[in-house]
Design a protein around this ligand. Structure first.
Ligand code: G6P
Length: 474
């Protein structure tokens, strides 16, 4: 039996099966996994996650009781749940990623979407089943009065379901995303909106990355449930139960990241990149190819910057790494295509025989990303809306002189804003100007700002985040 458990859709590793049936393992992507992987493993926390792919399902079937660590993999305690593929697909793709993610990031093209009909009713049923499968597994694995930390929008119903099974447990829910304001959150059908809020309120403690998202959640509880929110003491009381609301920012473990970034695979990517770009200045961005990351507007802004500043032609290169994400969703495939189209337009307009103004890469390559961070003069992070954004924190740790152009809608802006160049992510011209300002920033100013960014980015490493969550449940 386990005393501390973490539950999330994506786990720390995922498996792929090669043509000859061989399983190979790779590190999972995204902020949640980057943040929690090290600490959960080091502290012997049992991590419960879903099998996401055929490779994962094969691995689960070979592992006793779904315990990947007991099948000889060095993952730390890990149980993967083999949820029926159709149920998983509806819960993950249709509800979590196409609905709850869209709501909390304000992504809908409102005149056309969302449409909540009978199809959505079936999808919602699957989301319930999927959340129920997590609640059941956690109820089985948790020791008496264990502390359980349920993560993110995939698992909003699990806290209330788990409490019903196991009232002895101390349960936390943590949202790694923003939270929508009530007028946008109430696009959801009323009963669904209520179930989501009440699901999270099934926890003893509901955590958010910034005060802004915590306040928005409390606004929704007041407006949609008629719950009572205590803004000063940070809690929500509904149906006779009180859930504490916590704000726990997540930063990076600077020493561990630096150590990883000095390994030979990163160094050899640096050598290759240097050969490619010479001594030109580098504007770097690194994202999942994700609608909320605003990659297209970032590229358009770079195009405007080149248009307005011919003196930089031949002297600057934009490295845009956009690794694949959620390709089961048509919106994401189309988005990747528009990123590529937009990059092509910049190439067509500005490239010369000896100058490539833009290097776009849409394959996942972690060591190459680390190499790009180390070489960056400017880091562009311009999401439409983002829970935190760890890229904005990783960059200043790895680059000794990068200036950060940061969207004011990223959670990270609360901590990094005063040392970054803040932009409105919809304002292309403003972003183009900020890119220029970042490039011409005097050396001493960029180093002073970078040092402050570094300090802020590493102030709350994942270890502290985990401790704060556990203390909140003590
Ligand atoms: C965000 C979410 C995480 C998610 C990650 C990657 O950071 O908050 O929960 O794991 O994106 O998305 P994916 O759908 O690939 O797991």
């Amino acid at each position: 039996m386990n005393n501390v458990l973490v539950a999330s859709n994506r786990g720390p590793v995922s498996f792929t099966v090669s043509d000859d049936g061989e399983l190979s393992l790779r590190r999972g992507g995204g902020g949640l996994v980057s943040g929690l992987s090290g600490v959960a493993k080091d502290d012997g926390v049992l991590w419960v996650c879903a099998a996401l792919s055929d490779g994962d399902r094969s691995a689960v079937r070979l592992a006793p009781g779904g315990r990947i660590d007991q099948a000889g993999y060095d993952t730390g305690p890990l149980r993967m749940l083999d949820i029926p593929p159709a149920t998983f697909h509806r819960a993950y793709n249709a509800v979590a990623n196409s609905t709850l993610w869209f709501v909390n990031h304000l992504l809908y093209d409102i005149p056309n979407a969302p449409l909540f009909g009978t199809k959505f009713g079936r999808e919602w049923e699957s989301y319930r089943d999927y959340n129920g499968a997590f609640a059941l597994a956690l109820a089985e694995e948790a020791g008496h009065e264990a502390r359980v930390m349920v993560q993110d929008y995939h698992l909003t119903l699990t806290p209330a379901m788990l409490r019903a099974e196991r009232p002895d447990l101390r349960i936390a829910h943590f949202s790694h995303t923003p939270w929508a304001p009530p007028e946008y959150f109430s696009l959801l059908p009323d009963d669904v909106a209520r179930e989501v809020l009440e699901g999270i309120l099934g926890a003893d403690h509901a955590g958010f990355l910034t005060d802004r998202w915590a306040q928005a959640f409390m606004d929704c509880c007041e407006a949609l449930l008629g719950a009572e929110a205590d803004r000063v003491g940070r809690s929500v009381t509904h149906d006779g139960r009180t859930t504490r609301i916590g704000v726990h920012s997540l930063g990076v473990d600077g020493a561990a990241l630096w150590e990883r970034a000095c390994e030979p695979d990163v160094e050899s990517h640096m050598t290759a990149l240097k050969e490619q770009v010479g001594d030109r200045r580098l504007i770097v961005r690194i994202d999942r190819t994700e609608l909320s990351k605003n990659i297209v507007r970032g590229l358009v802004a770079y195009g405007e910057f080149l248009g307005a500043h011919p003196e930089w032609h031949g002297r600057v290169v934009h490295l845009a790494f956009a690794y694949p994400s959620r390709h089961d969703l048509p919106e994401y495939r189309e988005y990747t295509a528009s990123v590529q189209r937009c990059a092509q337009q910049i190439e067509d307009e500005y490239a010369t025989e000896d100058w490539d103004p833009l290097i776009l890469n849409v394959n996942d390559d972690y060591p190459r990303s680390l190499a790009a961070y180390r070489m960056a003069d400017v880091l562009l992070v311009n999401p439409i809306r983002d829970g935190m954004n760890l890229v904005a924190k990783e960059g200043p740790v790895l680059s000794p002189r990068c200036a950060l152009v940061l969207s004011r809608e990223a959670g990270a802006a609360a901590e990094l804003g005063s040392h970054a160049l803040l932009v409105n992510p919809y304002d292309i011209s403003g972003t183009a100007t900020a890119l220029h300002d970042a490039l011409v920033m005097p050396e001493d100013e960029r180093r002073t700002r970078r040092d402050k960014l570094h300090a802020a980015a590493t102030a709350l490493p994942p270890q502290k985040w985990l401790e704060a969550q556990l203390d909140a449940l003590a």
